[in-house]
Design a binder for this molecule. Structure first.
Ligand code: HEC
Length: 391
């Protein structure tokens, strides 16, 4: 098992070294030297050699694929089908079994469980319907971006016995839905002061990184104790000077604005959902100061600033936020990276920092984006990739 993860690891090391160089960090001397996390030093040539030593083993791949995609071991007939196939035909036998798994009702069950895990939701009817919606989109081969943009059918139910989805619309007062962004289950589960936990969920689940989300290569010294590293104009978020209740321009210990420049341009889109996830006409979230006033737009942004997904990607409402996210290549990359981590049995990409360097999956991300962002196709691509079938 260790050998098949070498390429992944090697690339991760190269990536972190490149990152260190950008930040002015030190890189080890010696051009072709990489440092593993086990305190040994290995030359690039040796890594390559060990990677080249891996061989395709469709029988071993089948076992893992069956467990992931159906929750069960392959049947004896399936094992023999791959095992007994002539060498030249093993790949096509393996691939046809894989397609069968992806069309099996057990795949729906696996996806419902995977999405509960991935979305960090489940346990209530409404939370379960968020995972069911994501699973339905996946199983039916619909675009992944429906999770951010679907205007109807976002509250289906899942019948575990039959392995089927029953379509359903959410009924939480939202005029135009935007996939999971306007979902009552999500908005209830991540209710918090100033709606920042919902914003964090959106970032971590769909962009695969914690805040800060936007970082310039050369942070600015604005005279405080911390450097400012977001690309937004520093005064584009609120402070008491602009009528806000919180000083997001504080630089005395950390630069709040490094994270909040992005967060404050998103959060106002989520303030009117109450703790049941129902949309109300006015703000439902509090500012954590004495008297806990309800957060107003002026608590996030100075007059003249408008909501946005990122600098240069304005979003006037949740459907616009969903559309801006769907157009962001980082969202597609995150989806493919999550499939890889699942296939290789790694934990959550944000919590465990099990990140995958962009260049390792660049081709798959490009294919995913140009073929309608169908996650089921990305799953097939990952489970048939060299890095999955070689050991
Ligand atoms: C590294 C990124 C980052 C920095 C820096 C940062 N925040 Fe936040 N802040 C967050 C995130 C993420 C949350 C949401 C946390 C959650 O609820 O899970 C949050 C939540 C909050 C909340 C709501 C807390 C609550 O009671 O739920 C306030 C208020 C806030 N931040 C103000 C500030 C201020 C003021 C500063 C500077 C002193 C600051 N933040 C610095 C990322 C950051």
């Amino acid at each position: 098992m260790a050998a098949r993860e070498l390429r992944y690891l090697l690339a991760a090391v190269a990536f972190s070294l490149a990152g260190a160089a950008c930040n002015g960090g030190v890189t080890p001397s010696g051009d072709d030297t990489v440092v593993g996390d086990d305190d040994t030093t290995t030359t690039g040539d040796e890594w390559d050699q060990r990677l080249d030593e891996r061989v395709v083993d469709y029988s071993a791949a089948l076992r893992i694929a069956a467990l992931r995609l159906t929750g069960e071991l392959p049947t004896l007939v399936e094992i023999k089908a791959v095992g007994d196939a002539p060498e030249a035909q093993k790949q096509s036998v393996y691939e046809s079994l894989l397609r069968g798994y992806l069309d099996d009702p057990r795949f729906a069950r696996q996806m419902v469980a995977w999405w509960k895990d991935t979305l960090k939701m489940g346990g209530t009817t409404m939370s379960d319907s968020a995972a069911a919606f994501a699973a339905e989109v996946t199983v039916e081969g619909r675009p992944y971006t429906d999770l951010l943009t679907a205007s109807a059918g976002t509250c289906p139910s899942y019948d575990a016995g039959a392995g089927t989805f029953t379509p359903g619309d959410c009924d939480n007062g939202v005029p135009v839905h935007a996939g999971l962004l306007s979902h009552p289950g999500m908005n209830a589960a991540f209710y918090s002061n100033m709606a920042f936990r919902r914003v964090r969920w959106v970032q971590e689940i769909f962009a695969c990184t914690a805040f800060p989300a936007e970082i310039v290569s050369e942070p600015q010294d604005l005279g405080g104790n911390a450097l400012y590293s977001a690309p937004w104009p520093f005064d584009s978020i609120a402070s008491p000077a602009t009528g806000g209740n919180v000083d997001f321009l504080d630089l005395s210990a950390v630069a709040c604005a490094n994270c909040h420049a992005t967060m404050n341009h998103i959060a106002p889109l989520f303030t009117n959902f109450d703790d049941n996830g129902d949309l109300q006409a006015t703000s439902q979230v509090m500012v954590p100061i004495e008297g806990t006033p309800l957060a107003q737009l002026s608590d996030y942004l100075p007059a003249g600033q408008t909501t946005a997904w990122r600098l240069g990607a304005p979003a006037a409402d949740l459907p616009a936020l969903g559309a801006a996210m769907a157009a962001d290549p980082a969202i597609a990359e995150c989806a493919v990276a999550r499939v890889w981590n699942w296939a290789l049995g790694k934990g959550d990409i944000v919590d465990t920092l099990a990140t995958i360097p962009s260049d390792v999956i660049a081709d798959q991300v490009a294919t995913f984006r140009s073929n309608g962002a169908v996650l089921k196709d990305a799953i097939f691509a990952v489970f048939t990739a060299d890095d999955f079938v070689k050991f």
